[in-house]
Design a protein around this ligand. Sequence first.
Ligand code: MG
Length: 265
Amino acid sequence: MRVVRYARDGGVRAGLIEGDRLTEAGTDLLHPVPDGRSSLDLTEVSLLAPVVPGKIVAVGLNYADHARESDQEPPGAPVLFAKFPTSVVGPGEPATIPGITTQLDYEAELGVVIGRGARGIPAVEALGHVFGYTCVNDLSARDLQAADGQWVRGKSLDGSCPVGPWVITSEEIPDPQALRIRCVVNGEVVQDSSTAEMIFGVAELVSFISQGITLEPGDLILTGTPAGVGFVRRPPRYLQDGDVVSVEIEGIGTLTNPIGFRPPP
Ligand code: MG
């Protein structure tokens, strides 16, 4: 199933997409109930971010090709950080970033939406806790990451977590470690890799996180980004006002957002 959230008549609904049609499916994305009567043309609705996560747990340096390009040793265990839910924006929505950074970078990532929460999940059971998968752009302010000595501001600025356009439920993605993942900026391919490059796969990540942090339905895990990010380029390539960034993942879809900046303080 392709599951979406969208705005209609002043409320937020869940829907199922087939082709270019949307069937209304109640209000709970994690438990969609198709009403079977009405269907809408996709062009009639504006999609929202498909999840409103209670928490967003992200993983740094989790692709072998990205570790190589940034000259870093692959970590011995997943390196976790968090993004705040206030950073989330939906598909097509402008990612409007506070003008306190001049080094905004793209990071195409496979997003994992938790369906059944738990703690202490064994790796062999972990994929059974996954509701589905989506595209995420882990927009990162490199100057703030460096200046602050940790990553809270650099990773959690308003607008810095585009998510969508929908969640593909997990039965349609039997192997999340075999998906082509790309990032395209203004039509130019800047990242082109495979989730096979992940150092710690989805099952290992869900298990590892849940040993210390209870995972709840709707939580979103960002699984790291492959090679090709802007800060390792010579010269570095940072995002500018008006740039359009797409994250494309095989079997899931394409998430596109224009980038903007609020005036600096
Ligand atoms: Mg990232």
